[in-house]
Ligand binder design. Structure first.
Ligand SMILES: *[C@@H]1O[C@H](CO)[C@@H](O)[C@H](O)[C@H]1NC(C)=O
Length: 144
């Protein structure tokens, strides 16, 4: 599940140290560019798998909550709370492991028109919604 962590790292990059994710559509777009590895303007299930591999420290094909949140803690500690909330979303059966079915589910959440590829617009819609939904978990870091 390198993806989400990667996403979070990119968020940090694109928003200057992870302190402010606004404007959300711009942050989401920056993430899209980072994850569209072959730069064809579509995010695919393969790219989703690839994006999550950075979290899979023991390379067993699954991403545990610890692997995911530990990575975020190391790279973008201000997004610690958000990382737990996102993990809860991804881990649909709450078994504390992100497996194939969790990745499939996440992908289908983004791929609203079900054409097996996520467009920039689908990606932005998903992520802007997530950033708003979890605003209370990341916006307190805006100023300190
Ligand atoms: C984000 O939204 C603003 C306001 O609607 C728009 O002007 C801007 O072009 C959008 N940026 C991206 C990257 O979609």
């Amino acid at each position: 599940m390198k993806y989400l962590v990667t996403a979070i790292v990119l968020v940090c990059f694109h928003s200057c140290c992870g302190l402010n994710l606004k404007p959300y559509n711009t942050t989401a777009y920056g993430m899209f560019v980072g994850y569209d590895y072959n730069q064809d303007n579509f995010f695919t299930l393969d790219e989703l798998h690839r994006s999550f591999t950075i979290y899979d420290v023991n390379h067993d094909g699954r991403v545990t909550r610890h692997e995911y949140t530990a990575y975020v803690n190391t790279h973008t500690p201000t997004l610690h709370d958000l990382s737990h909330a996102l993990y809860d979303d991804y881990d649909v059966d709450s078994d504390h492991h992100l497996d194939e079915h969790d990745f499939d589910n996440l992908f289908s959440m983004m791929d609203v028109d079900m054409d097996r590829r996520v467009s920039v617009q689908e990606w932005e819609n998903y992520w802007v919604h997530q950033f708003i939904k979890y605003e209370h978990l990341h916006s307190q870091h805006k100023r300190r």
